[in-house]
Design a protein around this ligand. Structure first.
Ligand code: NOJ
Length: 479
């Protein structure tokens, strides 16, 4: 299982890069756009690093042509971007905003002009504020219908030119951080409400796939999941049990529903016993079974390592490092199930994200063997401080090392039998990193702005830009 023979990457492999509307566009209230929950949440002092927000972000809304020209110069084959729901429906439903639709038309046409495959993410966390106010967004079944209407509007408008679609981005993250950790909008800390909202999101996801089959019969659709494969800390049977618990609760809880239309047994049982299982109505499982994806979108950054966590006195919620001060992440867990543990074999970033390219190979193999679906890597990349040198150079060799090792892992996974459609890095330009501000940079293209000032917003190619260009040119040979 090491490097026996070389298969390489398929001819039509989607060498891509990704972004999300709130993190790049700016123009938060222009051309008829309504506010999203992130537009309002980030205005509450103390919710994000240095109170940063996406009002201007990296101004992609006004500079998309310049950004797409840079993608073309790099030779990018695919660009994954998200659509801001409240640009299309300022009130979340009802009246459509033609100017919003036009913006994405222009972006898509610009990409196609350069032979870059557009990949649309329908929902990347920015539910319209109006829906939060009128019925609590993901906490009401009303959203299933409104989300479907929004999807159908997009299918009808862009389905002729866009083949690959992502439904929900990282449902496991926006639901857990929004309703359990209280770190994302709406800032709720309630497990029961989290599992209810999550079930509703599952139904909305399935419904949107059901409609897709009608309106874009030749297209391909799937959700993007934030996938951290789990390791047991060691071979102590109690730690293996903790690993099974974490793998089922953190991963299968979502993936089994997407791919099979049912929840995993032991965690369902655990939630039932604790009064946390979601309300199921007639027809829910039919819809879930019907709304299965064509591929699994994988956002991979790291693995997780766990050990047993006693029921009494065990640790619960930890805290996240959003400052870039290495070593400030606190362990977290669920008493009686598992708790996180630092993996002694892995280096970590300044935000304490463990770097593990082998974990990507392991994860891809687990998914392929369990679900037998093609996989599209919709995100992978390194968030770090970058230094703009005097002569406008950014020597981000650490990013090159990270991406190189992960591309190698993809190649090995393909040799292992994984059907990999493409690989999108996160991100193309630098972006706003939600809770972490602008100082945590991911792009191939540096954007001259910081947490306090928009500065010139000038685009500057990093060393990794030239490196990834060669990788694409050589079809992944020249790493
Ligand atoms: C996950 C999210 O989809 C994206 O928006 C975020 O910025 C990156 N990963 C990095 O955390």
């Amino acid at each position: 299982m090491n490097d026996i023979g070389k298969i390489g990457f398929p001819q039509n492999f989607l060498w891509g890069s990704a972004s999300a509307a709130y993190q790049v566009e700016g123009a938060w209230n222009e051309d008829g756009k309504g506010p999203s929950i992130w537009d309002t949440y980030t205005k509450n002092p103390g919710t994000t690093f240095q109170d940063t927000n996406g009002d201007v972000a990296v101004d992609h809304y006004h500079r998309y042509q310049e950004d797409v020209a840079l993608m073309a110069e790099m030779g990018l084959k695919a660009y994954r971007f998200s659509i801001a729901w409240s640009r299309i429906y300022p009130e979340g439903r009802g009246e459509v905003n033609e100017k919003g639709l036009q913006f994405y038309d222009d972006l898509i046409n610009e990409l196609i002009k350069y032979d870059i495959e557009p990949i649309i993410t329908i929902y990347h966390w920015d539910v319209p504020q109006a829906l939060m106010e009128s019925y609590g967004a993901w906490e009401s079944r009303e959203i299933i219908h409104d989300f479907d209407e929004y999807c159908v509007t997009l299918y009808k408008r862009y389905g002729d030119r866009v083949k690959y679609w992502i439904t929900l981005n990282e449902q496991n993250v926006f639901i857990q951080l929004g309703y359990y950790a209280g770190l994302h909008p709406p800032g709720v800390k309630d497990s029961k409400r989290m599992y209810e909202a999550n079930h509703i999101a599952n139904l909305a996801n399935a419904k949107s796939i059901q409609s897709f089959r009608r309106f874009v019969p030749d297209g391909k659709i799937g959700p993007s999941f934030a996938y951290s494969p789990i390791y047991p800390f060691d071979s102590h049977p109690e730690n293996i049990l903790a690993f099974e618990n974490a793998e089922e609760l953190n991963n299968h809880w979502w993936l089994d529903v997407y791919c099979w239309g049912r929840y995993p047994t032991t965690i369902w049982q655990y939630l039932e016993k604790n009064g946390l299982s979601p309300t199921i109505e007639d027809g829910d499982f039919d819809l879930l079974t019907y709304g299965r994806p064509d591929f699994i979108g994988v956002n991979y950054y790291r693995t997780g390592t766990v050990e047993m966590n006693p029921l009494s006195g065990g640790i619960g919620k930890g805290s996240m490092n959003t400052t870039g001060k290495k070593g400030t992440t606190e362990e977290y867990g669920i008493p009686g199930l598992f708790k996180s543990k630092k993996n002694p074999y892995l280096e970590a970033t300044n935000w304490d994200w463990e770097i593990d390219s082998t974990g990507l190979r392991i994860g891809l193999r687990r998914l392929a063997s369990r679900y037998h679906l093609p996989i599209l890597i919709t995100e992978n990349g390194l968030g770090e401080f970058d230094k703009l040198e005097e002569d406008y150079q950014i020597n981000d060799d650490y990013r090159i090392d990270y991406i190189r090792s992960h591309i190698k892992a993809c190649e090995q996974a393909i040799q292992d039998g994984v059907q990999l459609i493409g690989y999108c890095t996160w991100s193309f330009t630098d972006v706003l990193s939600w809770l972490n501000g602008y100082q945590k940079r991911y792009g191939f293209v540096y954007v001259d702005r910081d947490d306090h000032s928009e500065k010139s917003l000038r685009r500057i190619k990093k060393k990794s830009f030239y490196w990834y260009k060669k990788v694409i040119e050589s079809g992944g040979e020249n790493l």
